[in-house]
Design a protein around this ligand. Structure first.
Ligand SMILES: CSC[C@H]1O[C@H](OP(=O)(O)O)[C@H](O)[C@@H]1O
Ligand SMILES: Nc1ncnc2[nH]cnc12
Length: 296
């Protein structure tokens, strides 16, 4: 067991979460990424002496729809400022009767049905294949679960999040199909975010807040943003409490260096050094610098 790397926790805020209150020494700062424009400036601040970085996924004021989010730039920017662990907060629809609106789900699997997004940092001239068999960091999941228990917040550990392209909500036939597949919640944003965090060797976990029952539910003819926002606002305090309780424990975790997420690229790069595209290697200096530097 070791703990040699300086930790910096990143929070990606989803719908309804555009800011984090209660941080000390805050500043919003533009961070350049070689993959384009992140969703917004990053908010730097301290919580109990620990440095945090916050990024609103849709930008402040919710300007960016799911398919237009530059997930590569977001993860690359967080990596560039030294983020080692990401807590994502997301609104989701429920595909199960017992996952009532207001419940928090610590997601552990995804079915990725998105089709109009860049899904990898790698590509022509530098090919890599990482494992996403276990797409979230269970160590972070443990901390979130413990924080929820301590705060008395109703949380379910484990669940499969169906990621749809959007921006429209699902049809009834789709919603019923996803239920038959055994999916538990539905949203539009956590992929490719989780895959890219894995490629960047950043530990990633998501807290999914159930805001509605999606359209399959007999009491839920259609999903509406009105209703989602109402539930989001009613539960925003719980989301903030959960994050604030989990962060100190993540910061103090002596096992972080042993996490497999942090070595995801160790045996992932396929392209022979001699034929690598130097421009792509340079572009990947933050995301893959650790392995590319040791494989000249
Ligand atoms: C506001 S309803 C739909 C919107 O909310 C979720 O986003 P996020 O994960 O960023 O909270 C969902 O995926 C949609 O993008
Ligand atoms: N029912 C739903 N479908 C997709 N994304 C959502 N985000 C919140 N509720 C959702």
């Amino acid at each position: 067991m070791s703990d040699t790397t300086q930790k910096r926790i990143g929070i990606i805020g989803g719908s309804g979460v555009y800011d984090i209150e209660g941080l000390a020494n805050t500043r919003w700062e533009k961070v350049e990424s070689s993959f384009g424009e992140p969703s917004d400036e990053l908010l730097f601040g301290e919580l109990n002496g620990l440095e945090l970085v916050f990024l609103p996924r849709h930008g402040r004021g919710h300007r960016i729809p799911p398919s237009e989010i530059n997930f590569c730039a977001n993860i690359d920017a967080l990596k560039r400022v030294g983020v080692t662990d990401i807590l994502s907060v997301s609104a989701v629809g429920s595909l199960r009767e017992d996952l009532t609106p207001g419940t928090f789900v610590i997601v552990d699997q995804f079915v990725d049905r998105t089709f109009a997004r860049t899904k990898s940092f790698f590509g022509n001239g530098l090919v890599a294949h990482v494992s996403v068999a276990k797409p979230v960091c269970s160590r972070l999941g443990d901390h979130i679960q413990a924080a929820a228990q301590a705060a008395g917040i109703k949380t379910v550990r484990g669940g499969t999040y169906l990621v749809m392209e959007g921006p429209q909500f699902s049809t009834l036939a789709e919603s019923e199909l996803y239920r038959q597949w055994g999916c538990d919640v539905i949203g539009m944003t956590n992929m490719p975010e989780a895959k890219l965090a894995r490629e960047a060797e950043i530990c990633y976990a998501t807290v999914a807040m159930v805001t509605d029952y999606d359209c399959w539910h007999p009491s839920h003819d259609a999903v509406t943003v009105d209703e989602i926002v109402k539930v989001l606002l009613a539960n925003a305090d719980n989301a903030r409490t959960l994050v604030k309780q989990a962060v100190p424990a993540i910061g103090a975790d002596a096992c972080a260096d042993d996490c497999a997420c942090r070595r995801a690229l160790q045996h992932a790069v396929m392209t022979a050094p001699a034929v690598r595209d130097p421009a792509l290697v340079e572009k990947l200096s933050a995301v893959a610098g650790r392995v590319l530097a040791s494989q000249p």
